[in-house]
Design a binder for this molecule. Structure first.
Ligand code: NAP
Length: 483
């Protein structure tokens, strides 16, 4: 079992109290060892309603929290996360499996969103228009949407909530937060450090854990929750659109990806290979922005494949808590099996193994999946069509710029894409042609707090981060004044 000063209360948090009704619990596992880390409450619908009520009591509409107050909340959370980065990162590493330095880096990344919005929150101040249409003076206010439901996935246990919570608090929205059932401990730890260090009004942040069906249903159906912000699979995002349609709730959806990584024949292949390794194997390949299909110009396919294979052979897979590990375990058996099935399917349909493991040699009793590279991948293979979410690198040859753009776009997803070329005009054309919300040119970097991030097509609705993300949790209200 896990021991931590940040996990003294293995409970939900409602109206400023650690609480949970009933006896039902669920176990949280360390994917590196298979051992139980903790049991946490599976909270009933009554607790979700209580959390929403607590949120309502913290919502201030007629006398909003001043911007200066909200700025102090954001700065306080930033500082508290930074001060507790090592312990929060350790908990995150144990329940997620990603290497310890990556887990602690994620806490820094999370703090960055509170920092960025603390510096830009003045953008939410009311302003008066210079024009005076209809002989009126017009003031535009940015009102908090209300109590918001925030639902997050396991792959970034603190990064994903930070994007939402920083913007919700900047707007003055109380929240009811549901973490993924694989990784609730990082969230409990975050609540603990906020409680200890930041003077938030009671009910401003509330934590509920347990069955997604119970919590999600209440957040969708309760009329006191006018907005849901969700990060997770496209499948669940679609369901949330349906479940909130009656009430026409505001939705922020950050959904699945199927990122193309396009390497042209004029690219710096060393750089493209280094960036691919950093991008692809972050979180063990379990990120929404991980390169999922690697399109390589046929002239450089062999040379590039060799460079990637060399790097992959030098990577270590193991328990992330041990420090010098590049890749941790996959999150659970279902996740492991999906990557294995994609590998099997590709090899059966004619792809060739360049580096890594044959399906029959994969470990049977652990979740450590070796980084694996396959070449000759085609569009009818599962690893081309679906998000693999694991350390499999499928390489697809292409001949022309148009073909690369067409194949890149041949997916319902539109989250992240990458293009490597020395030709600026080509990079601009390709970025314009790719229907993705984030397109890295000669870099495999993912999102940053300062830039808007989100998906086109089935990858989502709305943006997080950047000045765009600051406005996600407000309702602009125009107040014309007549004379
Ligand atoms: P998931 O299965 O959709 O779960 C995400 C969250 O939704 C979890 O908290 C889950 O709770 C909850 N949930 C499940 N069913 C629900 C329902 N019917 N109503 C309300 N909530 C429900 O996704 P995941 O496997 O955790 O995460 C991986 C996916 O997230 C990938 O597709 C990845 O690409 C995507 N992702 C996208 C972004 C982005 O920025 N676009 C970032 C990170 C991840 P339980 O854990 O209790 O089931």
């Amino acid at each position: 079992m896990i021991e931590s000063p940040l996990l003294q209360h293995l409970k939900g948090y409602i109206g400023g109290q650690w609480t949970a009704t009933g006896e039902a619990t669920f176990d949280v596992y360390n994917p590196a060892t298979g051992k139980v880390l903790a049991s946490v409450p599976s909270m009933p619908v009554e607790d979700v309603r209580a959390a929403i009520e607590a949120g309502k009591s913290a919502l201030r509409l007629t006398e909003p929290y001043p911007i200066e107050t909200r700025r102090l909340w954001l700065e306080g959370i930033r500082d508290a996360l930074k001060a507790n980065k090592e312990e929060i990162g350790r908990i995150l590493c144990l329940e997620h499996g990603k290497p310890l330095n990556e887990a602690q880096g994620e806490v820094d990344y999370a703090a960055g969103f509170f920092d960025y919005f603390s510096k830009t929150i003045s953008g939410l101040a009311a302003h008066t228009l210079e024009e005076k249409p209809r002989d009126c003076t017009w003031t535009v206010h940015y009102r908090p949407v209300g109590v918001v439901g925030l639902i997050t996935p396991w792959n970034f246990p603190i990064g994903m909530i930070a994007k939402k919570l920083s913007a919700a608090l900047a707007a003055g929205c109380p929240s009811v937060i549901k973490p993924a059932s694989e990784t609730p401990l990082t969230m409990i730890a975050m609540f603990r450090v906020i409680e200890e260090n930041v003077d938030l009004p009671r009910g401003m942040i509330n934590l509920v854990m347990g069955k997604a069906s119970v919590i999600g249903k209440e957040l969708c159906e309760n009329p006191d929750v006018p907005m849901l912000s969700f990060t997770g699979s496209t499948e669940v995002g679609r369901q949330l659109i349906i479940d909130t349609a009656d009430q026409i709730k505001k939705l922020g959806l950050e959904l699945g990806g199927n990122a193309p990584y396009i390497v042209f024949d004029d690219a710096d292949l060393e750089k493209a290979a280094d960036n691919l390794i950093a991008n692809k194997f972050r979180g063990g390949g379990q990120t929404c922005v991980c390169a999922n299909r690697i399109f390589v110009h046929e002239e450089v396919l062999e040379a590039f494949g060799k460079k990637v294979a060399e790097r992959v052979r030098g990577m270590t897979v193991g328990d992330g808590i041990n420090g010098d590990v590049d890749i941790g375990p996959l999150i659970n058996r279902a996740g492991f099996d999906k990557v294995r099935e994609h590998l099997e399917d590709a090899l059966q349909k004619g792809a060739s193994l360049v580096a890594g493991s044959k399906p029959e040699d994969l470990p049977k009793d652990t979740l450590f999946f070796p980084p694996t590279v396959v070449s000759g991948v085609k569009s009818d293979m599962a690893c081309f069509r679906e998000e693999t979410f694991g350390p499999l690198v499928p390489m697809v040859p292409f001949r022309s710029e148009d073909e690369a753009i067409d194949m890149g776009n041949d997916t319902e997803f539109g989250l992240a894409a990458y293009v490597f070329t020395a030709d600026e005009a080509r990079a601009q054309r390709v970025a314009g042609g790719l229907r993705f919300g984030h397109v890295g040119w000669n870099t495999g970097t993912g999102p940053a707090p300062e830039a808007p991030f989100g998906g086109m097509k089935a990858s989502g609705i709305g943006r997080e981060g950047g000045s765009e993300g600051l406005f996600e949790f407000v309702e602009p209200q125009a107040v014309p004044r007549g004379f």
